[in-house]
Design a protein. Structure first.
Length: 154
């Protein structure tokens, strides 16, 4: 990670940062990203980190409740206005970060702007709130697949 530290300075691990860190208050824009993302996609990471305070978490190592509790405290205490979540697509661990952003907006901070992005094989995709909702409910995904199969069989 030596390269990334040169790009953006100290990388902040979400559980080791202070909820009132001056960097949060200075930007009021938070970038939550999967820990492995900067090593795999440094250029995209650098673009997203610009103008935002980046914090990372790996839900392969942590429980999403710990990260969610800390995230809500950062948002409320530092008066965060924008939360951007950037993860690697296809990772069940990274997906949980996307779900956290949705839950926080719905239950704790409806005023915050939340945007969701994933990277798949180097390509960046913006993900809608609705897509995250559907992905959480496997019966909905199956229903969409069944409907698609009916259309393609005609």
């Amino acid at each position: 990670m030596y390269l990334l530290e040169n790009i953006i300075g100290d990388l902040m691990y979400i559980l080791e940062c202070n909820v009132g860190d001056r960097r949060f208050k200075a930007t009021q824009k938070l970038l939550l990203y999967g820990t492995c993302l900067p090593d795999r996609y440094p250029k995209i990471f650098k673009e997203f980190a610009a103008g935002r305070t980046p914090v990372h978490a790996c839900l392969e190592d942590l429980h999403m409740d710990h990260v969610g509790y800390k995230l809500v405290n950062i948002i409320k205490y530092s008066k965060i206005k924008e939360l951007t979540i950037l993860t690697i697509d296809g990772s069940p661990h990274c997906y949980q970060l996307q779900v956290l952003g949705q839950d926080i907006k719905r239950h704790f901070a409806p005023e915050i702007e939340v945007s969701h992005f994933v990277i798949e094989k180097g390509d960046l995709y913006e993900i809608s709130y609705q897509a995250i909702t559907v992905a959480r409910h496997l019966h909905r995904v199956q229903k969409l697949l069944n409907e698609k199969n009916k259309i393609t069989k005609i």
